[in-house]
Every structure is written in C-alpha cells, then in structure tokens.
Design a protein around this ligand. Structure first.
Ligand SMILES: [Zn+2]
Length: 372
C-alpha cells in the first residue's frame, strides 16, 4: 500500500471515530464504507476483512438507536402513576397496547430511554383541559409550571411547550405567561380533548393571534386518538387549512400526520402552506404510510417532516429499533438528518415566510396593507 493511500485511510478512520464520538453513527457507516472501497482497490485482504468486520459491528450496534442525535418533537413526561390517575390517558395507553411493566416509573426512565435511543432532546408539554365538563378530563395532564420546571432542571435535554384550554377566560394571558414568564417555546393543542374545532374563530383565533405576535410555533394533535371520551370530528386536519390561510405566518405542526386515514389531508396542508409541518409521532415506523415517508425525500416535503414519538405511548428505543428494521425507509443520509434533527432546529430558529412575503420578494404587486 502506498503512503498516500495509507494516509487517506488513516484520515478516514479518524473521521469515522469523531463521527462515532459525536453520535453521528450513520456518518461513521458511510466513512467506513469509503475506507473499505479504498482498501479493496489495494487488494490487502487482511485489512479489507478487518474493515468489513468493523463496519458490520457498527451497523449492528446502530440498529438499536438513532443514526444521528435526534430531537423528538413530541414526548410527554407521563409516568405509570399519572396514567392510572387519568381515565382518558389510561385508555390511550391501552390503545397503544402498553404493558404495565413497559410504563416508565419516572423521569429517570425517560432520560434513560432518550440516552439509549440517541435522542438528544425532547419537546415536552402538558395538556390543559381545565374547562372540561367531562369527568375524565377534570384532572389536567402535567401543568405548564411543571413543564417549565423540568426544562429548567434539564435545559440540555428538554424544550417545553405550553398548553391552554381555549375555553379559559384568561387563555390569551396564559399563552403570554407561558412564553414570557415560563420560557416555554411554543404552544400545543388537542382539539378533541377541549371539544373545540381548531378553526373556532371565537375561542382559538385570539390565541393564534397572540402566538403570531410572540413569534412562537404551535403544534396540534390531528387524526385519530387513543384518548377516549373525545370526539374525532375535532381532529380533521382540514380544519387547520382555515387557520393556515388566516394566519399565514403562524408556524403550525400537525402532530401524528393525520394518523388513522387522514394523512392525505395533513400532507395536502403541508404541501401548500409554507409554514405548515407534519410530524411522525404517535406511530411505530412499521405503520407509517408509504406516502408519508416517501414524501420526506422530495423537495415539497423535505423541510416539512419532523421525527417524534409521543412517548411514553411509543418508546424512543422501540421507535428506532423498528426504524432500523424497515431500513430507515431507504432515506438518503441528508433526509435522515433533516427529519430526525435539522427540520426541528430550522423550524424553531427561522423567521416564517408567508405567501405574501414570497410575492413581495419576487417583485409582484401586493397591496401594502394586505395581511393574507
Ligand atoms: Zn401526544
């Protein structure tokens, strides 16, 4: 082997090691494969077989966790005791076939699942149903103050969103408090749990207006839900088309991609609205429809799809074990990075661009006072 090749290979091994150290396992696989190609050209059979062995080992290890440090867009800090105290959630856990011994006992279990799954950060939130007249929703799931406390305790691991029952008289004030006082980064809603359509102009629109003013995203469950004592009519992704048209700079994430048959609706919204996204939470990768995962590799959706689990209903390690079993949907390395990590960061770091901004930037004539 020439010194030149030897040097190249050593450089590749160094790069692979630093990829492994920073938990970019998919990159390490690619770099090892490049080294293997070089070695094969050199016809050095002992070095080839050593490299093949190393690559196989990396691939085998990688089957257990995320190929890049992932950010989970939707995880609940909910534990065994919480689920038993809340009938709606308990039914959701039953729906997800969660066995009692698989339920996390507390935060330590959640952090361990994140560590083992190579999930660097998780977006956590509660659910405010304080205005519900149904007995199953009297007890709200994790308060905004509790979420803020967890984020303050683990700022490197958690990002918090607030939750506000839109039927509260002080709903807008609570949104403001979540962002300005509790340092939460957005709002999450569950239209069925609060029996209010997402396009309810009286109850939801003042909240959206405030979120636009504060420049924070919202995320909302859509599609079917295992949470019982709710009505599915509130969960149609199409309800959000009104919201996206009326609030063109509101960043909106449709959680669970409209699971249960409405993914085409959710996708048609993400397709046409510059600030509408979908996430993959609430489903094992084994049953995510091909339309959804194939879209992630296309220019229309490549920035619009986010990874999420809906922990503890779907575990993080189990999500990635299945993801690796289905060959990571045959996504290209850049698609993997975007969906598992970069789209989340970009969504939170960038300024929203509305259709009007696009027209104005391209020099089209738009009335100066037009807002939508
Ligand atoms: Zn959820």
């Amino acid at each position: 082997m020439t010194d030149d090749v030897q040097e190249k290979i050593e450089k590749l091994y160094d790069e692979a090691q630093s990829a492994l150290d920073s938990r970019y396992y998919a990159d390490a696989e690619i770099i090892y494969a490049q080294a293997l190609e070089l070695l094969k050209q050199e016809d050095d059979s002992s070095k080839v077989s050593q490299c093949e062995e190393d690559l196989e080992k990396i691939k085998k290890d990688n089957a257990l966790f995320a190929p890049v440090p992932a950010i989970d867009n939707h995880a609940h800090p909910l534990f065994r005791a919480d689920l038993k105290n809340n009938a709606g959630l308990y039914m959701a856990a039953k729906h997800f076939r969660l066995k009692d011994d698989a339920l996390p006992n507390g935060l330590e279990d959640m952090l361990e699942d994140m560590d083992k799954a190579n999930v660097e950060k998780a977006l956590i939130m509660g659910l405010d149903t304080s205005k519900s007249d149904h007995w199953a929703f009297k007890e709200s799931m994790t308060t905004n103050d509790e979420v803020a406390k967890l984020v303050a305790q683990y700022p490197d691991r958690f990002i918090g969103y607030g939750s506000v029952d839109p039927r509260r008289e002080d709903a807008v004030e609570e949104v403001e408090r979540c962002i300005n006082d509790l340092n939460l980064k957005g709002l999450k809603f569950h239209a069925a749990a609060v029996s209010t359509y997402a396009n309810d102009e009286k109850l939801f629109y003042p909240i959206y207006e405030k979120c636009v003013e504060l420049g924070v995203p919202i995320q909302s469950h859509c599609g079917t839900t295992g949470m019982y004592f709710t009505k599915l009519k509130y969960m149609m992704p199409l309800c959000f088309d009104d919201v996206a048209v009326d609030f063109p700079t509101l960043k909106l994430i449709l959680l669970h991609f409209g699971i249960g048959g409405w993914h085409n609706q959710a996708m048609s919204l993400a397709f046409r609205h510059p600030n509408v996204y979908i996430d993959l939470s609430g489903s094992s990768p084994a049953i995510i429809p091909p339309e959804v995962y194939l879209a992630a590799g296309t220019p229309f959706y490549q920035d619009k799809i986010l990874f999420g689990t809906d922990y503890p209903f779907v575990g993080m390690q189990s999500w990635f074990r299945t993801f690796n079993k289905v060959k990571r949907f045959n996504w290209k390395p850049e698609t993997i990075k975007r969906v598992l990590r970069e789209n989340f960061l970009k969504l939170h770091d960038s300024q929203p661009v509305s259709p009007l901004d696009i027209l104005r930037n391209d020099g089209l004539s738009v009335p100066p006072d037009a807002v939508r």
